[in-house]
Each structure stands twice: as C-alpha cells, then as structure tokens.
Design a protein around this ligand. Sequence first.
Ligand code: NI
Length: 150
Amino acid sequence: MAIRKIQEDPHPALRAKAKPIKTINERIRRQAIDLVDTLESINIGIGLAANQVGLLRRMFVLRLPEDEQTTIFINPEITEREGIQESNEGCLSCPGRDGVVERPQSVTVRAQDIDGNDFILQAEGLRAACICHECDHLDGILFYDRVTTE
Ligand code: NI
C-alpha cells in the first residue's frame, strides 16, 4: 500500500499505450491498490489511470463523489457508446488546464475486477465521460487532444 507520484504532462508515460494485463497476480493487485490509495489521497480526483503513475498497464480506478468506494477496472473495454454530451474536463496530470470535450452520453464497459472476475457496467452522464477519459489515458490520449472549446 503506497501513494504514488502522479506524473504530469509532458511525461512520456502519459503518451504511451498501456499493455493488457494477462495475469492478475500479487504485483498487479498491489499496483491496483496503490492506484486506489493514490486517488483517495486527493480530494479533487475522481479517476486515475495506471499511466498517470508511470505504470503502462491497462487499469484505472474511479470514484465519483456519490460513490461509497473506488472501483477498479482491469483491461477495460468500452463495448457500446450512445448519444453525445459535452462535459468540462480536467486531469490530475494536466494541472491548470480544462476544456469542453464531447463524449458519449452513455457507455457500456467490460472489465475485470481485482480477483479477475469479469463485470459489465453501464454508465451515463459524468460517469460515462470519466470512463472514456480514463480509457483514453490507457491509449496515451489526453483530454485536451479532444477539446472543442478551450
Ligand atoms: Ni486524466
């Protein structure tokens, strides 16, 4: 259990494509818990992807203000996207920067939990936008790449 340093743009890990996690072993579980601890240590954060702490693994964690606990997404894949919303986004790795991004209004995401169990989540509104933002991180994409109005 450790709080990791959040890397800031232009750190190269933020522009790298994270690798799929083949086996959820003790090391991966520890890294996932570190992500949870790191996110929970920051009041303003709602999502954190592995790239942001320099780990090129396909996982992120999410906790919206109304959530009782942080959810871990391992090998997430967005399988459905519906509608359009505009949301004002920022990122822990891009301090002082924000902008309006067009995202799907709702998404379906498939992922694994820390025990390797598959789960499917349907999300809309802010949660859908956050899931897209975090999945983008795993592909080396930052929100401002998609900003329509700065
Ligand atoms: Ni971000």
